[in-house]
Every structure is written in C-alpha cells, then in structure tokens.
Design a protein around this ligand. Structure first.
Ligand code: AMP
Ligand code: MN
Ligand code: MN
Ligand code: MN
Length: 313
C-alpha cells in the first residue's frame, strides 16, 4: 500500500485548495486517438477554455493520446488523469463499458490489453466493409483508415465516410441503417469478459469504473444491483454517476447506489467533438461535474494504485 498523495504527479502543486473550491472537471472524453474529432491537445485546450480544473482523456481501447494531452495539461496547469474506456461482453441490448483511470501507459499489461482490443477491431472492420459492398455501398478500408488517422478504427469513422459519400445524411442515419445492432452491416467485435477487463485495468495500475450504467439497460433496480455487485466482486471500484445519458433521477439513483456499495463516484460528458454534436466538454445533460470526484479518485489512486501513474508516456 502506498500513501503518496502529496507527491502524486496527478496533483499540480501550484494549485491551492482555495482555487479548487467550486471548480468543475470532466473525467470522460475522447480525442482523435479514438473516435473523437479533436486532437488530444485540443481537448485539453477546450477544457482550459471551459474553465475546467481537471480532465481525464478516456479514448476507446488506446492510450495513444495520453502523452500529448498530459503535456498540454501541464502547460495549461490543468490536472490530468490518464484513462481508457473498454467495452466488455454483456447481453444485448445493453452495453458494459469500463473506464480505467490512472493506467500506466508504459505497463506491459496495458500494452497487452490495447493490442487485444485492437485485434478485435481489425477482425471486425473488414467484415463491415465487405457487407456494405454486398449492399452496393462502396467504401474502402483505405478510406476508413485515413478517416481514423490513428489505429483505433471504429464505426464512427465508417459513418463519417458514408455521410461524406452521400450514402446517408447523418451519422445517426449511418448507425440506424447500417452500423448499429439490427443494422444491415452490423458486426459485433470480440470483447473481453468483464472479469478479464477489470483485471487488465487493475494490472495496468488503473482504477476500474463502470461507465454510464444506464447503458446496461437493466430491467429494474434489483437487476442493476446484481450486475454492480458482481462487478465489485471482480474488482470494480467506481461508478460513473454523472454522464450525458443520465437525467437528474438517474444521477440520484446511481449516486445512492455508489454510496451504498462504497464505490468512488465519477462523472464526465463523454465528449466526442463533432461526432456527438450535442455534447459539450464539461457538461453532462446540463450538469457540471464537481471537483471532489477528481480529488477522491486521485486520493484513491495514490493509496490503492498498483503504482503511481505517470503523466507522460
Ligand atoms: P465501435 O467502437 O467501433 O464499435 O463504435 C462504437 C462507437 O460508436 C461508440 O463509442 C460511439 O461513439 C459511437 N456510436 C455507437 N452507437 C451510435 C449511434 N447510434 N449513433 C452515433 N454514434 C454511435
Ligand atoms: Mn465513442
Ligand atoms: Mn461508453
Ligand atoms: Mn466514452
């Protein structure tokens, strides 16, 4: 066990406690390293413009944007948490996403994890393209790769090309018609089991947090509790209580659940730039995210993290 909060690289020593009172944060954001439209440094610059005091970058399946974002955060004096978001096996129509906070981008476990996740994408994406071709919709893997820019190639990149080439009028239509479950060219990607996903985040030095629990689509409170309890038994440590998909009632419900199970509470907008036009950084369904979520997460990381997460890659 380490008690190293004072020296934690996640806390800017220049910031006094007074500065932090009443300030707001965002612990869930995506950049061009996955399916966001702003470069990692630009996400940090936007956080600065919005007056946020802390930010986590949580790209899908990759930490490729962490180094650039961390450097910009240092320059702008914003506290930064390295993060990742991964999706685990879960019965349709729900989805189970885990956020890993404070992961060490240089750890072997994290390299293993991201490689496994990217292989799942590399196996799926050509199948989508082939199916689209059968349907008379002609886009190439080269176009998709160019659209993605990095190595996390996802359905939003395919959707953007479908739109650009006039096959659909919007990203939403691309998903509804072709890419979402039930769509004409839908293919699932291989996922990790929740157990393996939680283990891999912890082995990477991170804190596993259940993202947007509303997306589990559980039928009732008892089922939700069972899923969360099972995840806690696997090593889950937090619940994302504030999110763009959570209205006031859901925020209250998930807050009560987190408190009852002694879980960390986190919150974020799930910002994706113009890939999700309705979502602004630092605002989740009209709600801001309190600084105390960051402070408690960092205190937990300092005490319980496998090792203190470095800021830069
Ligand atoms: P992938 O990771 O390639 O399976 O694509 C999933 C990503 O697509 C999610 O992270 C969202 O950003 C986006 N997405 C999923 N469903 C929709 C939808 N119905 N409309 C718009 N974007 C979506
Ligand atoms: Mn996404
Ligand atoms: Mn998600
Ligand atoms: Mn997300």
């Amino acid at each position: 066990m380490k008690l190293c909060l004072a020296g934690s690289p996640l806390v800017s020593p220049e910031k006094s406690c007074i500065d932090m009172i009443g300030s707001f944060i965002d612990l869930h954001s995506h950049s061009t390293a996955s399916d966001g439209t702003l470069a990692p440094a630009h996400v940090v610059q936007l956080a600065h413009e919005r007056g946020l005091s802390a930010l986590a970058l949580t790209d899908h399946d990759t930490v490729a944007g962490i180094g650039e974002a961390a450097e910009e955060a240092r320059r702008l004096n914003i506290d930064f948490v390295p993060g990742i978001e991964i999706s685990a096996e879960y019965p349709h129509p729900g989805t189970l996403h885990l956020l890993g906070y404070g992961v060490d981008p240089d750890s072997l476990a994290l390299r293993d994890l991201t490689q496994t996740l990217l292989e799942g994408r590399d196996n799926r994406n050509p199948r989508i393209i082939a199916k689209l071709k059968d349907l008379g919709v002609h886009i190439s893997m080269d176009e998709v790769e160019a659209q993605a820019g990095g190595n996390v190639i996802g359905r939003p990149h395919i959707a953007a090309i479908l739109m650009r080439k006039g096959y659909v009028n919007s990203i939403k239509q691309a998903f509804d018609k072709y890419l979402a479950p039930g769509g004409l060219a839908y293919f699932d990607k291989e996922r990790l089991s929740p157990k393996r996903a939680v283990e891999m985040i912890r082995e990477s030095g991170g804190v596993p947090v259940l993202a947007h629990p509303v997306q589990l689509r559980t039928d009732n409170g008892a089922q939700l509790e069972r899923v969360v309890k099972d995840l806690i038994d696997l090593g889950l440590q937090g619940l994302e209580v504030i999110h763009s998909d959570h209205d006031a009632k859901l925020v209250a419900k998930f807050t009560a659940l987190a408190d009852r199970f002694g879980l960390l509470k986190t919150g974020g907008s799930d910002f994706h730039g113009t890939n999700k036009k309705d979502i602004d950084l630092g605002v989740a369904n009209g709600r801001r995210i309190p600084r105390e979520f960051y402070d408690e997460l960092v205190a937990h990381l300092a005490v319980c993290g496998e090792k203190p997460p470095p800021l830069s890659s």
